[in-house]
Write a protein that binds this ligand. Structure first.
Ligand code: UD1
Length: 425
């Protein structure tokens, strides 16, 4: 199994470019299912999750090509025919976002059978809001043998009030409503930049979507949509992770593709931690103090502090001056990095499952640690960059789900880091 070995202690310096956004790519290539004909997506990251989605879409009967035929970061999805509207367990179990094919399939094909999802082991993560929304649009939903079966001759526009803002839930319903009969109003929608990016793609496909980026999204259904060619936005979570890497090492890094508006809450906290962040053409530069200052933060749906950056900022705070309080409100069970960080000398106590108190220490010491989910693995890499001695992060397949060649990007910034083959711990 691959592992990442890091000799810590070197401040990162230089420039790095963020890849295309995973969480924007996944719904957009699912949206290609709404229109017959070839859609083309540039700047897609070459990641396990994107490849899984490509395999799933190919399984449905669409033609998917990337790499040699169309370019390394371009993905072409020709959804002229979708003879098999079924997403099997094998493909869905590793990636919860596979549920994003449900809305487009029911809307265009009138039926879909999708295995209940797996994904990161962070909490229960149900899909009840997706199903509630589709059933409000008139789909008949049945759950059996671990699958969701949804059927509808044609979906009808309706009002949907989400119990909580869900990113993929909002995206699924926007796609379904795009081909429904009449007007759909989605209330308490997620406002993440990836939701806005999807709305823009749908509009270019001929959909009538308004309000994306606010909590009320209105979709006026149309009869048909056309294929599209798009550039995927940069990955704000990767950008935030690289900024955290600069902070934790006391470095000075220009992150190209980091967008201020998409990262407001995180930038505020990085500044509170003592970083100087300046806008430069094409990106953001972070200059870090020798040691961060302690910072309290609470994760929340956008525009709040992203849960997907919680573990990375916590790694920074583990070497901060003073004590920080971190509250995770979006997911349960998202502190799995804590026990591994503690193995490296961090002093963190989890209180009640949702709150962690981090007492900053002067030094972390390199250790063998195990990645447990995507963002947890990034936080262990960051801690390894700061720690004295050698850190080996095992189970990096979690990291590979969401970061394209992170070790090469860090290497380019002067980190001593390499991928090795290691027996599992
Ligand atoms: C998306 C992101 C993921 C990020 C998360 C929160 C993608 C592909 N993934 O995941 O990286 O961590 O947003 O920013 O974009 N919930 C329900 N019922 C539902 C749906 C969600 O209770 O039907 C709950 C979840 O358990 C969670 C909260 O709502 O507690 C938010 O989850 P959601 O926004 O749906 O996350 P994802 O869309 O899966």
């Amino acid at each position: 199994m691959d592992a990442i070995e890091i000799q810590g202690g070197r401040p990162l310096k230089g420039e790095v470019t963020v890849s295309g956004s995973k969480n924007a790519t996944l719904p957009q290539i699912a949206a290609a299912l709404l229109a017959p004909g070839p859609s083309i997506f540039h700047n897609t990251p070459d990641l396990a999750d994107v490849r899984t989605m490509g395999r799933l879409i190919a399984h449905l009967g669409a033609k998917v090509s990337r790499g040699a035929e169309v370019g390394p970061h371009t993905l072409r999805v020709d959804a002229s025919e979708l003879p098999r509207p079924e997403a099997p367990y094998d493909l869905v179990r590793t990636m919860r976002a596979a549920v994003l094919v449900l809305g487009p399939l029911v809307a265009r094909m009138g039926r879909a059978r999708v295995s209940l999802p797996g994904g990161c082991a962070i909490g229960a993560r149900p899909i009840d809001q997706h199903l509630k929304g589709l059933s409000a649009l008139g789909a008949q939903i049945e759950l059996s043998h671990g699958y969701v079966e949804a059927k509808a001759k044609r979906l009808r526009g309706a009002k949907v009030l989400f119990d909580l803002p869900t990113v993929t839930g909002t995206e699924n319903l926007m796609m379904a409503a795009a081909l429904a009969d009449g007007r759909t109003v989605l209330e308490n929608s997620a406002r993440e930049p990836e939701v806005c990016a999807l709305a823009k793609v749908l509009v270019r496909m001929g959909a009538r979507v308004e309000g994306a980026g606010t909590s009320v999204v209105t979709i006026e259904g149309v009869r048909e949509l056309k294929p599209v060619e798009v550039d995927v936005i940069p990955d704000r979570i990767e950008a935030g992770t690289l900024l955290c890497a600069a902070l934790v090492t006391g470095g000075d890094v220009l992150v190209k593709g980091a967008l201020e508006d998409d990262l407001d809450a995180a930038l505020g906290k990085l500044r509170e931690a003592g970083a100087t962040i300046t806008s430069e053409p094409g990106g953001l530069r972070l200059k870090a103090p020798a040691r961060p200052e302690a910072v309290d933060f609470i994760t929340a749906p956008f525009p709040g502090f992203p849960t997907d950056l919680q573990a990375q900022l916590m790694a920074c705070l583990s070497v901060a001056r003073g004590a920080s309080r971190v509250v995770e409100t979006v997911f349960e069970n998202r502190f799995m990095h804590v026990q591994e960080l503690r193995r490296m000398g961090a002093e963190i106590i989890v209180d009640g499952g949702h709150t962690a108190v981090v007492r900053g220490v002067e030094r972390l010491s390199g250790a063998g640690v195990m990645a447990t989910d995507l963002r947890a693995s990034a936080s262990l890499v960051l801690a390894g960059l700061r720690a004295e001695g050698t850190t080996v992060v095992h189970r990096v397949y979690h990291l590979d789900r969401g970061y394209e060649a992170l070790e090469n990007k860090l290497l380019g910034l002067g980190a001593r880091i390499r991928r090795i083959r290691a027996p599992g711990p």
